[in-house]
Ligand binder design. Structure first.
Ligand code: FEO
Length: 183
């Protein structure tokens, strides 16, 4: 049988790739923690969605379900990246999220506080990547830094709207329609 001319070459490329760009244990562990944090975020937003379903605020529930999907997507980005850098993914227990909520305003105050916490986790990850001079990880994490600006802005915009609405049921119904348009 003819030897495959690309075989050796492919092996060399693979070896070099693994040899030069394997993620450090510290960053790998921190990214595994972040997978857990993103999945917890997903779970928290799904719990908020369930709360809104029970309050007949279908639009708010829809917004939260989309957010749940986004967070799952964030977890998967980290999952894939750890493998791309020849690391190991270890999934951990996801904590139970809150199940009792008050007004939509209270819920969005919690959303903003949660996203601010996630931003600080991402920033810490980035700081580790800088310390390790891992430029590839810095490039990867930049997407999340930008995403967190968006996440905090979205939560702040809705929070501001809910503060303006106050106790008005008609305005709340209109906000429910607006949030329900999220795809
Ligand atoms: Fe994945 Fe909302 O941060």
């Amino acid at each position: 049988m003819e030897p495959n001319p690309f075989h050796n070459r492919l092996q060399i490329i693979t070896t070099n790739y693994k040899g030069t760009s394997k993620i450090s244990k510290t960053l790998q562990d921190a990214m595994n923690e972040q997978i857990n944090a993103e999945l917890f975020s997903a779970y928290l937003y799904l719990s908020m969605a369930a709360h809104f379903e029970s309050q007949n605020l279908a639009g708010f529930a829809q917004w939260m379900r989309v957010q749940y999907q986004e967070e799952t997507g964030h977890a998967l980005k980290f999952y894939k990246y750890v493998f791309d850098r020849s690391g190991v993914v270890t999934l951990k227990t996801i904590a139970q999220p809150a199940t009792k909520f008050k007004t939509p305003l209270d819920v969005f105050k919690q959303v903003l506080a949660h996203e601010q916490k996630v931003s600080s986790l991402i920033n810490k990850l980035y700081e580790s990547a800088v310390k390790e001079k891992d430029y590839a990880a810095q490039g990867f994490l930049q997407w999340f830094i930008n995403e967190q600006v968006e996440e905090e802005k979205n939560a702040t915009d809705i929070l501001t709207m809910l503060e303006m609405i106050g106790e008005s049921p008609v305005s709340l119904i209109m906000a429910d329609r607006q949030l329900g348009a999220r795809k």
